[in-house]
Design a protein around this ligand. Structure first.
Ligand code: HAM
Length: 414
């Protein structure tokens, strides 16, 4: 009977078949991160609200509408983390990582929370994995992090992936450009939708994201940050592109690329997958050279990305088959239970996967169950103390010496 309770809206249960697909993804990501020297960091699921307001930005949708914010018993404002970069920068400063050899290269995985309108690929609790390379402004770091996400999606076999690349320039250049953009939007206020008009002065870049035809018309003639890029910013972007070219990574320059977070400077990128339709971004990120200073630390350039685990799995559209078991120990007589448990333990201690019946089935039922869970062999303990080993693929059965169980297991190998 179905319970009247369900997982809250926008959340989901990860069932074993999906957990296996996640474990495969995680193992591939761990290998890539480890080989490139990115070490694991874990931060709490909730943080003080302030780092998100400062870092992600007060004018963003995330801070304005999507944070799960609450007060603790001491009336301190806390927030379920909507993203991982601001907390990692908080931890970088708190633990004096700025005094270590730079850059500090970190990887992470875990749940994140945004109060968004749920739909396929968009949830209120979702999971990201990501990396942050903190303490270097070198374009090599931008190229390295982009290459690692490209490698990950390639190794997983995510189909139809495209990389979009843009640059927002340094903080000063961006501020000057934003004034130009605001002036353009004010000139065309009559053609803008109320939400875009309302945000001209607080978040003009979001106008590029509007799907309204008239707004798109206004944006087609808007100045872009890429055109305004000059000096060291332009050089930095050219070097990132040259490094990606040299690595054979294809990308599309997107002059209107914007992200929903305020801390970005210079390089921004987005990996999209056409199979995902509306929520097509599988992962993305960029450089955030001003964030650590904004959180009270020394000026520290950094770059990173995060990818949505659910979106990757949706794009792959596959579940991992179960692994089966090496052995199942069946009993012909309930008296043999203790012996069966000792043998199962012996097998497990030797590294085999092994199970026995926990449900009080008869011998026939046990054999059926062993078949269902994909046991390669079944050891049948008879009432008289003898034992039989059955190969479940060939159906062959022979007398087995339980005093030499491990030998029987390996000797029985085809
Ligand atoms: P973000 O673009 O907000 O960036 O999120 C990164 C990825 O998380 C998205 O590309 C998407 O795959 C996934 N994602 C975001 N929201 C949802 C949702 N509601 N449901 C399912 N998946 C979602 C960041 O969070 C930055 N911290 C990335 C970064 C790291 N930038 C620099 N370093």
């Amino acid at each position: 009977m179905a319970s009247k309770f369900q997982a809250p809206r926008g959340t989901f249960d990860v069932l074993p078949a999906q957990a296996r697909a996640r474990a495969r993804l995680q193992a591939i990501a761990d290998g890539i991160f480890q080989r490139a020297g990115y070490e694991t960091i874990q931060t709490p699921s909730f943080e003080q609200t302030d780092p998100f307001e400062r870092g992600v930005g007060k004018s963003t949708d995330i801070v304005r509408k999507e944070m799960f914010t609450f007060e603790d018993k001491g009336e301190r404002s806390l927030t379920l983390r909507p993203e991982g970069t601001a907390p990692i920068c908080r931890a970088y400063l708190e633990h004096g990582m700025h005094k270590q050899a730079q850059p500090v290269k970190l990887s992470y995985v875990g749940p994140f929370f945004r109060h968004e309108r749920p739909q396929a690929g968009r949830y209120r609790q979702f999971h990201q994995l990501g990396i942050e390379c903190i303490g270097t402004a070198s374009p090599l770091a931008d190229a390295e992090v982009i290459m690692l996400l490209s490698d990950l999606l390639g190794e997983l076999g995510v189909p139809g992936v495209a990389l979009r690349l843009g640059s927002l320039g340094s903080l000063d250049a961006r501020a000057a450009y934003l004034e130009e953009l605001k002036a353009h939007l004010h000139r065309h206020e009559g053609d803008l939708t109320p939400d875009v008009r309302e945000r001209i002065d607080i978040n003009p870049l979001r106008a590029f994201d509007s799907d309204d035809d008239r707004v798109q018309g206004v944006m087609a003639s808007a100045p872009t940050m890429l055109e305004a890029l000059s000096g060291e910013d332009a050089e930095h972007f050219a070097e990132v592109r040259a490094l990606l070219d040299a690595a054979g990574i294809s990308y599309e320059i997107d002059p209107t690329l914007v992200r929903g977070i305020d801390y970005y400077t210079r390089t921004i990128f987005s990996f999209v997958c056409d199979a995902l339709r509306a929520q097509s971004e599988i992962g993305g990120g960029g450089r955030y050279d001003g964030l650590i200073e904004q959180l009270g630390g020394p000026a520290t350039p950094a770059v990173g990305w995060a990818a949505g685990i659910e979106r990757i799995l949706l794009a792959l559209d596959e579940e991992e088959p179960g692994a089966g078991r090496d052995a199942f120990v069946a009993i012909a007589d309930p008296e043999q239970r203790g012996r069966a448990m000792a043998l199962v333990t012996e097998l497990r201690n030797a590294g085999f996967s092994a199970e026995m019946d926990l449900g009080g089935r008869g011998l026939k039922g046990q054999l059926k169950h062993a078949d269902r869970i994909g046991a390669a062999r079944v050891l049948i303990l008879e009432a008289d103390g003898s034992a039989q080993l059955r190969d479940m693929t060939s159906g062959e059965q022979r007398v087995a010496d339980t005093g030499n169980l491990l030998g029987e297991m390996t000797g029985g190998e085809a």
